[in-house]
Design a protein around this ligand. Structure first.
Ligand SMILES: [Zn+2]
Length: 101
C-alpha cells in the first residue's frame, strides 16, 4: 500500500489517478499551491487535491487539481467538512416544540 488516504476516490482507476497525481505534482514543482495572504505556501507538497470538491461539482481534470502540503490539505478538508455540516443543519426542518404536539 502506498501512503495516503484511500477511500475518497470512488470509481477512480488507481493507475490513472497515480499518473495524474504525478503530473500535477510535477506541474506544480512539487510545492504546495495554497495561497496564504496572496503568497503561495511553497512547502513540499505530498498531496494532490481537488480545487473544487467533487461533491461541489468539481471535475477530475488536471485544471481542477493542485498540490498541497499535508497541513493545508487538512485545513481544506476540515473547512469542507464544516461546510457540509452547516448545509446539513440548514436542510433540517425546524423541530416542533414538544409542548405543541
Ligand atoms: Zn501548504
Amino acid at each position: 500500500m502506498s501512503g495516503g488516504w484511500a477511500g475518497h476516490r470512488g470509481g477512480y482507476d488507481d493507475a490513472e489517478w497515480h499518473a495524474r497525481r504525478r503530473r500535477v505534482l510535477v506541474r506544480d514543482g512539487g510545492m504546495c499551491q495554497w495561497p496564504s495572504a496572496g503568497i503561495r505556501c511553497y512547502s513540499r507538497a505530498s498531496h494532490v487535491d481537488h480545487i473544487v470538491n467533487r461533491a461541489a461539482g468539481g471535475t477530475d481534470d488536471e485544471t481542477n487539481l493542485w498540490s498541497l502540503c499535508i497541513r493545508h490539505h487538512l485545513v481544506k478538508t476540515s473547512r469542507e467538512g464544516n461546510a457540509a455540516r452547516h448545509r446539513l443543519r440548514e436542510a433540517r426542518p425546524p423541530e416542533r416544540h414538544p409542548g405543541l404536539l
